[in-house]
Design a protein around this ligand. Structure first.
Ligand code: CO
Length: 209
């Protein structure tokens, strides 16, 4: 357990390390950002976005919430997507879920979780859409892992439903990626979401651009 004092001490060390390598490090950082990636991941403390991707400050625009959801009426995530895609003009958008996700696990329990109910309902909806597949999986652990993957897939579809992503795909080839972080091994797994296929299958209903 770290104390607050320890955090500030760490910060001083971090500043010294950065300046030792490049005395203009922070001045350069302050000039602006042009990240190529937007990363939408889970708030889970074990899934540290920059760390697991090995990227530096300025390289990835990040949004994290419980169970990496792209909810149409969540002003926060929708603002992040709009800003990253339309203004920062990121080239890739990533939804990254993770095995052992507490949010996904909670959504599989028949329990009243108060304020979390409407949030977790998004995951229950993913379960309902893929009920036939999920119910053929015998082991609960396997079903849970598969729901993590399907949740990522559905959040990618939610991204593709947005006008910003549709426009950026058409105008400059923006791509949406679905990944899962395997917390047991540290590996990032690319679910290889078929962007053009999803796009063509949903445009009949969701075309905005
Ligand atoms: Co999680």
């Amino acid at each position: 357990m770290k104390s607050i004092d320890q955090i500030f001490e760490n910060n001083q060390k971090w500043i010294a390390e950065k300046l030792a390598i490049d005395e203009n490090y922070f001045e350069n950082l302050a000039t602006g950002q042009s990240p190529e990636f937007l990363y939408i991941g889970c708030s889970d403390s074990r899934v540290t976005a920059e760390d697991l991707m090995g990227v530096k400050p300025g390289e990835v625009f990040i949004h994290r919430n419980i169970a990496n959801l792209v909810n149409n009426v969540d002003l926060s995530v929708m603002s992040v997507i709009n800003y990253a895609v339309r203004h920062l003009k990121v080239k890739h958008v990533v939804v990254c879920g993770h095995y052992n996700c507490g949010g996904v696990k909670a959504a599989m329990q028949p329990v009243d979780m108060g304020i979390l109910n409407p949030w977790l309902r998004n995951i229950r909806d993913v379960y309902r859409i893929h009920k036939d597949e999920l119910n053929t999986i015998e082991l609960e652990e396997d079903r849970y892992n598969r729901l993590v993957e399907l949740n990522v897939q559905e959040q990618c579809i939610n991204l593709i439903k947005t006008a910003a992503v549709q426009e950026a795909h058409k105008e400059r080839g923006l791509i949406v990626h679905g990944w899962v972080f395997d917390i047991h091994t540290g590996k990032l797994i690319d679910l290889k979401i078929d962007f053009p296929k999803i796009l063509s299958s949903i445009m009949e209903i969701y075309k905005l651009y």
